[in-house]
Design a binder for this molecule. Structure first.
Ligand code: TXA
Ligand code: MG
Length: 334
């Protein structure tokens, strides 16, 4: 395993050729996208894709996203291209948007976990884009973390989580968006939001000129639409508790009880630090800034040895939905 620094705006062509060669040989390359770091392999090579599942400890029922340099290349993997795909691709690609469409036979079953559909994304990050151009293959790339653990927003997070399981890591610095792409399923009669992200349901509905069906609740009461949406996901090692914004007293009691029990406590706050004797990280009070810094803050509190992390709940509304979803999943035990 080696880590190579790349200029995030203007990656060195020789480094990209080296990474492309690793990928053509069936190897694994971790690379920055604008959302999180991806663990890439040649999407058309089932043996290479198998290595992704093994490196992550990811169950084989959980399908991967195929990344492409542009919409033309993405469309070659889809068996259909409805009006909604044209609209969303034009509006949000390249960018943090993944479209689920019927797959063509050339996409191996291991990529899609045997589903008749494939998830497609054209990332905006200059390093991801240049790598896709250099390798001239679609890249299957989940987030570059072990299954259910926190996604990486820096190369150091990738090293911490996957270490020697990766052939090459391209270090392009911290990612800009910070949470995984928005996933929209366009295979049925109505579009379905499978995963909230920085592109909000309201933005998508405006482009489609119709409402989106929202994802099932995460308590399991509603059937899960996407096989990858296991309940506990994107989670730090510490226990994470989301506390009601209007219940500072209850949160204070939770913190004091944990400290009495000898637990090290961390907190993510958007306003004034509220608790005594707690490892506190302040995040921006606005969804894009909060999302950008969220995983790095959780990695940091894990590294500081926190056993419990308290997070004040975020405001209602579609703009915060991606963050709200990640916090709920990280807090879910079971
Ligand atoms: O931002 C991102 O999307 C990052 C970067 C690296 O691109 N990738 C990422 O991949 O988050 P991953 O594998 O961690 O998440 C892929 C999500 C899962 O929830 C999976 O279930 C869903 O996409 N998915 C993939 N293929 C699907 C399909 N055919 N039908 C429904 N859901 C699918
Ligand atoms: Mg993931």
């Amino acid at each position: 395993m080696s880590t190579v620094r790349v200029d995030p705006e203007n990656p060195d062509p020789e480094t990209l050729q080296r990474a492309a060669a690793v990928l053509r040989d069936g190897g694994l390359v971790a690379f920055p996208t604008e959302t999180v770091y991806g663990l890439g392999a040649n999407a058309l090579d089932p043996a290479a894709v198998e290595r992704i599942f093994r490196a992550k400890g990811r169950p084989s029922y959980n399908p991967l996203i195929a990344h492409c340099p542009d919409a033309v290349a993405a469309r070659e993997l889809a068996a259909g291209w409805p009006d909604g795909a044209e609209r969303l691709a034009s509006a949000f690609w390249p960018g943090p948007m993944t479209l689920v469409l019927p797959k063509r036979a050339l996409v191996p079953d291991i990529v899609t976990a045997g589903l008749p559909s494939v998830a497609l994304r054209v990332p905006a990050h200059p390093v991801a884009h240049a790598l896709l151009e250099a390798v001239r293959l679609p890249l299957a790339a989940p987030s570059a973390n072990r299954f259910t653990e926190l996604s990486p927003t820096t190369a150091a997070h990738v090293v911490k989580g996957l270490g020697g399981r990766v052939d090459l890591i391209l270090d392009g610095g911290p990612t800009r968006v910070g949470i995984e792409s928005t996933v929209v399923d366009l295979t049925g009669p109505e579009p379905v939001l499978l995963r909230a992200g920085s592109v909000s349901a309201d933005q998508i509905a405006r482009v489609l000129e119709r409402e989106l069906r929202l994802p099932g609740r995460i308590d399991g009461a509603v059937a899960r639409p996407s096989p990858g949406m296991v309940d506990r996901h994107y989670a730090p090692r510490a226990e994470l508790r989301v506390v009601a914004a209007d219940d500072r007293a209850g949160a204070g009691e939770l913190v004091r009880a944990a400290r009495r029990a000898g637990r090290r406590v961390g907190a993510l706050v958007r306003g004034e630090p509220a608790f005594e004797g707690v490892e506190t990280i302040r995040l921006p009070d606005e969804p894009h800034g909060f999302a950008r810094e969220l995983y790095a803050a959780l990695h940091e509190l894990d590294d500081r040895g926190c056993d419990l992390i308290v997070v004040e709940e975020v405001p209602p509304g579609s703009g915060w939905a991606g963050v709200r979803d990640r916090l709920a999943r990280a807090a879910h035990r079971g």
